[in-house]
Every structure is written in C-alpha cells, then in structure tokens.
Design a protein around this ligand. Structure first.
Ligand code: P53
Length: 474
C-alpha cells in the first residue's frame, strides 16, 4: 500500500456545478441532455436540435449548485479526511465557444479558487480536462471531434489549464471514459450523425483525434511541469465469457479489446495489430497525419485510471440469454451476481480481477477514479440517512482493491468513489440515483432546499480513510 494513498471522491462539472449560463459560460453538449425518455436518444446522437427546448427539463442547468457551494462542500469532504478530490473542468467556462483567442477570466478564476480551497485542506485535486464536455459552437462549426480542428481547440484549453494551475494541480486526466464514445457518442464527444453515414467510421475518426489530442496534452504537461502526472481513463469492468465454450471466450476477449484498444494506444503508444486488422476488415480508415504515430509513441500516459461499476458477460450467441438493464454498455446477465436498483450487476471480486488485467497489460500505476452504488436514499425527519447498502457495496469493493494491492502486488495510486456528494446521474438525469456520502436535498425535477446532510456512510468512510483501509480487513 502506498504511504500517500489518495483516498477521496469524484464528481464532474456538468453533473454538479449548475450555473450553466453564469459568468460567461457557454453552452455544451452535456447541457442539452434532457431529463426523461428522450435522454437516451440524445446521448447516442439522435438529435433534433442543438438549442435548449421549452419542452424539456435540463437537470445539468442547476446540477447541485456546486458552482456556488463548493467551499462548504469541500469543507465537508475535508471533514471526512479526503486526501484527493476528482473534479472536471467545464470547457465552456474557460472557452465559452471553444475557439476564442483568450480564455474567459471568470471561468479560469473559478477553478483556481476551487483548487486553492482544496489546498487549504491538503486535498490533492485530480482534474479531468474533458468529462464528456464539448462546446456546442464547435459541434455546429466542425462536427465536434470528427474534425481535426478540434485538436487545436483542445490544445488551447489544456495550455491554459497547465500554465494557470501549475503547482496547484499535479494529477490530470485527458478524457473521461474515452471508450464511451462507442456507446454514447453525443454525450461523450458531441458527435451527431448525418443520414447514411457509417457510424463506426465516424466514431473511430473522432477517436483518433482524441488520442492525438491526449498525447499532445501529455507532452505539454510534462514540459510545463515535470511534476505533472497525466493519465488516461476508461469505463472499466472486464467481460467474462458466458461459458467455457471457446467461442464465448473468444467473444469476451474481443469485447475486452474493444475497450482496452483506447488504453493500448494511450499507455503503450501504438495502435495494436488486432485493432488495425479489425478496422481494415470493416473498411474504416483512420485520418492519420504525418507525425501522429511518433507523437503517440513518445507521449504515453503516466498512469491508467478507470471507472468500475460492474463486470460484464459476453457470449458468442446471445439470442437466448437475458441482457441486464440499465447500463449503456451491454452485458448478458451473470447468474452469480445480484443487481442494483438500476439493474447494474454487483461484483466486488470483479474489481480485483479488472485491476489485475489492467496491471498485467500496462505495468503502470493504476487509479480507481470511479466506483459506487447508485441507490435510492430515504431522508428521515431528523435528516438522517441509513445507507447500509452503500456501506456494504463500498466496503466489499474496497476490500477487493486492498487484496489486489496486498496480495497480487498491483500498484494503485488512489481510490475516488463516484459522486461523493449526490449529483445528477449521467445516464438517466435523475437526482434520485444517489451515490454520495453527502445527501443533497433535491428531487428529479429540481425541487428541494439543496441543503446537504451527512449520511451514515459519511462517518464510515471517514474511518476507512483514517485507518488507511485497515478497518475493512480486521
Ligand atoms: P450514472 C453509464 C452511463 C453514463 C455514464 O453513471 C457512465 C456510465 C457507467 O459506465 O459513466 C460514468 O450517473 C461517468 C459518470 C457517471 C457514472 O458513470 O448513469 O463517468 O459521469 O455519472 C455513473 O449512474
């Protein structure tokens, strides 16, 4: 176990800040995801408009009002003993249209103040540069990441961040869940499709641009400050074969590669042969320019981070097997596992397995930057929340992480559980799908006092951090 293990929690700008049009902030793809049944269509790029519409309620507009309450919120995190706090930058606070010459000073200042607040409590910020955000102007102008022009806009963004926050931030993540572009292209990367377009071609074109942008960011971060550590981030969780039928094993291997492909490029610095072959077979051509391969090769990431909510199951013939509900990343139901209230499979041992898979493949320090249970909480009249189910979920998962570290020798930098303070769900737009140690009094329609209350898990996690995890193993 590392001496300075980075215990903490994670949030993202668009799910927490709110204040979507304050202090010069511009509109982003993530603002356009409505609450309700049309949300999924929007996430996947079936969009009828790039404007906000009267007929919808947009939960990100208000978030949990973190933009105004961050000082009090960070104080609560400090009370739990947080060593780290993962946040993300709202791109359109820094560059409202994405292509201005100069950044929006008010936006730059907001994050500076936030980092100073963290510093006050010796909390290390872990900063995701793009957690799904893409300025709407760049979608209209260029078609987002489908265009190479995006790289220069992203470059502008990270240059401001690395120079202005030098010394305040040491851990950076270039793109949140970079593989999510395959499953929710509009939410993850601002991608919309034109009629007749080959979706896979579009997605892998955008992917190449993101991978190049990511390598450029790594390069620049190291130039500005050799203390900077830059990581990639994938939506993790291994696929298991449904059975020992070699066909199922092969299918699981392919499914795993579909996700690991991104990290193979970011951590090893080259397109793996299997990916080149598969893209070729699908007639997909990558928009590779001279110098791209060298850049990818020379500027690999310092650490590999990932989210883990569940393992998944793959079968060569899935027709007769039941799929699980709820998650964007499809899986067949695993008969050995229970499900969360949202139909996500619960598999603590799967976290140890996933850690080992990634460690064996890359031999770079790992960081679990998301993990947690989305569940319904009941606020009692005394403002108490007895979230024993969450404590059970988290302790089982953290225990398996500790086993991976202590018994398997996996190098883990830290653990930031998802939604340490309740926030808007990315998948559903709900507030009622809660992950936090801190309850936020708000409902799915934006009604409530927005007051914060400590849950039972708050006191539990404080003890976990205090003991550096030891209380879970005794
Ligand atoms: P929610 C599923 C759907 C959307 C985003 O998800 C996802 C996933 C899980 O892989 O990824 C991450 O809020 C994401 C967070 C998100 C979290 O999972 O749908 O990085 O932004 O909130 C949890 O329950």
């Amino acid at each position: 176990m590392r001496r300075n293990f980075l215990w903490g929690g994670a949030i993202a700008a668009n799910q927490s800040e709110g204040a979507y049009n304050e202090d010069g902030r511009g509109l982003a793809n993530v603002d356009l995801l409505p609450y309700g049944e049309d949300r999924l269509a929007y996430m996947s790029g079936e969009i009828d408009s790039l404007e906000l519409q009267q007929k919808y309620y947009y939960p990100s507009a208000k978030g949990i009002d973190f933009y105004h309450s961050y000082k009090d919120d960070i104080k609560l995190l400090a009370e739990m003993g947080f060593k780290s706090f993962r946040i993300s930058i709202a791109w359109t606070r820094i560059f409202p249209n994405g292509d201005e010459e100069e950044p929006n000073e008010k936006g730059v200042k907001f994050y500076e103040n936030l980092f100073l607040e963290c510093k006050k409590y010796a909390i290390e910020p872990i900063v995701t540069i793009a957690h799904f955000d893409c300025p709407v102007n760049l979608i209209k102008k260029f078609g987002a990441w489908c265009s190479r022009e995006m790289i220069a806009c992203y470059e502008k963004l990270y240059k401001v961040l690395f120079t202005r926050y030098k010394g305040l931030v040491h851990y950076w993540i270039t793109f949140n869940e970079i593989n999510m572009i395959l499953h929710a292209p509009f939410m993850a990367a601002g991608i919309t499709f034109k009629d007749g377009e080959d979706h896979e071609q579009v997605k892998y074109t955008a992917t190449h641009h993101e991978l190049v942008a990511s390598a450029m960011a790594v390069k620049y971060a190291h130039e500005v400050d050799p203390e900077n550590k830059v990581g990639c981030m994938m939506a993790g969780g291994d696929y298991y074969p449904y059975s020992c039928n070699p066909k199922d094993v092969m299918e699981a291997m392919n499914k795993n590669r579909e996700n690991l492909f991104f990290i193979d490029v970011q951590a090893r610095g080259e397109y793996p042969e299997y990916a080149k072959k598969q893209l070729e077979q699908k007639n997909i051509t990558l928009p590779i320019l001279e110098g791209d391969y060298e850049l990818l090769k020379e500027h690999t990431v310092d650490f590999v981070s990932f989210s883990y909510y569940a393992s998944k199951v793959a079968a060569s013939d899935s027709s007769e097997k039941r799929e699980t509900a709820g998650n964007l990343v499809k899986s067949i139901k695993n008969p050995y596992l229970t499900l969360s209230e949202w139909g996500w499979q619960v598999d603590p041992l799967g976290l140890r397995i996933t850690l080992n898979t990634i460690w064996d493949r890359y031999q770079k320090p790992l960081f679990i930057v998301e993990n947690g249970l989305g569940a319904i909480d009941k606020l009692t009249q005394n403002h108490e929340i007895e979230d024993d189910y969450r404590i059970a979920y988290l302790s089982e998962h953290i225990k398996e992480m500790l086993h991976a570290i202590e018994q398997d020798g996996v190098d883990v930098l830290g653990y930031t559980s998802w939604g340490c303070i309740d926030l808007v769900s990315a998948g559903t737009g709900q507030m009622s799908k809660r992950y936090g140690y801190i309850y936020v009094d708000a409902d799915d329609h934006g009604q409530g006092s927005y007051k914060r209350y400590r849950k039972k898990s708050f006191y539990w996690y404080k003890k976990v951090i205090e003991s550096n995890g030891a209380i879970l193993l005794s």
